[in-house]
Design a protein around this ligand. Structure first.
Ligand SMILES: C[S@@+](CC[C@H](N)C(=O)[O-])C[C@H]1O[C@@H](n2cnc3c(N)ncnc32)[C@H](O)[C@@H]1O
Length: 296
């Protein structure tokens, strides 16, 4: 195992995207082990990740559902289940099965209480052609958040990297916006993120863009070199002073607490009516001398 034995507990969030044992063509790693061997190896690093995480920290693990069911068994003993995030990302048909259309991200916290967690917002979904909102807010349109929706545990708005020109020479590179959302959700600026299977650096780049510290571990020197080169070009991304996940110049994910400063909530119709009524001039009180006096 390449994960070094960290002597102290210092990590705010661990994110692991291990090889899936699907015979992917990595440059160094052989992605085909006997199931027992693969699972024993996973157990080793899962336990180590939990050990090095701070009491307020989280452990996030990305894989296909099949392996996540084994991971959950291990993690349920040593950490606390928070979410199974379904990341909607189509993969190739594998024969007589349901078409695999999501990857899972297990979200565990080190302790049951006191975990650092931030709600995240993503832009409202709109029609590409006419710009209309896709969600029907019924009679509650005026309660719609001015920026976007709170993110649920099903993510359909972050896409796998499809174009070769955007890919590194790596078979399983994740999109940066996936990592940015996870990091925004679980850390503050200045916190420390660990990725024990860094690949070509996605987690470290996301952390650097969001002004978090990072530690990445990667077996393969070629991938490591690509990561270093990309990191040297990476700058923090901010919107009105807040670290956000930006895609093509637009916000893709923002913490709710930061959005509250940039996009103050709009008044509902009822609140507007009350505000208008409160602004009506109040009649001057009559002087005491003119008050009608009751006849004796
Ligand atoms: C699924 S890929 C991670 C891809 C990464 N998330 C990205 O976006 O680039 C798994 C990576 O783990 C690396 N790896 C395999 N065994 C390792 C080990 N024992 N220690 C460190 N890295 C390892 C592989 O070389 C591969 O790059």
């Amino acid at each position: 195992m390449c994960l070094p034995k960290f002597p102290i507990i210092l990590i705010d969030v661990c994110f692991a995207d291990p090889p899936f044992n699907l015979d992917k063509k990595y440059t160094s790693y052989k992605d085909r082990r006997a199931v027992d061997e693969y699972l024993a190896w996973c157990e080793q690093w899962l336990r180590e990740l939990v050990r090095v995480t701070k009491p307020s920290g989280s452990i996030l693990v990305h894989n296909i559902p099949k392996w996540l069911t084994y991971y959950a068994d291990i993690l349920n003993e040593i950490a606390h289940f928070r979410h199974w995030i379904a990341w909607d990302a189509m993969s190739a048909p594998v024969g007589k099965t349901l078409l695999p259309a999501h990857y899972g991200i297990l979200f565990y916290s080190k302790q049951a209480k006191g975990t650092k967690f931030f709600e995240v917002r993503a832009p409202h979904k709109t029609c590409r052609e006419c710009g209309a909102f896709l969600k029907d807010y019924g009679g509650k349109k005026d309660q719609r958040h001015p920026f976007g929706m709170l993110v649920s545990d099903v993510w359909t708005d972050i896409h796998r990297i499809r174009h070769n020109k955007r890919r590194d020479p790596h078979p399983c590179q994740l999109p940066i916006h996936l990592l940015e959302r996870l990091i925004l959700m679980t850390t503050d600026e200045g916190d420390l993120v660990l990725d024990p299977f860094l690949g070509t650096g996605t987690t470290a780049i996301a952390a650097k863009r969001l002004s978090r510290h990072y530690i990445g571990i990667e077996l393969d020197p070629t991938y490591h070199q690509v990561a270093l080169e990309k990191l040297a070009q990476t700058k923090p991304t901010r919107y009105e002073g807040y670290p956000v996940s930006l895609f093509l110049g637009k916000i893709q994910s923002i913490r709710d607490c930061d959005a509250a400063h940039i996009f103050p909530p709009q008044l509902t119709k009822q609140q507007k009516r009350r505000q208008k009524a409160a602004a009506q001039p109040v009649p001057e009180p009559l002087p005491l001398a003119f008050l009608p006096v009751a006849a004796e």
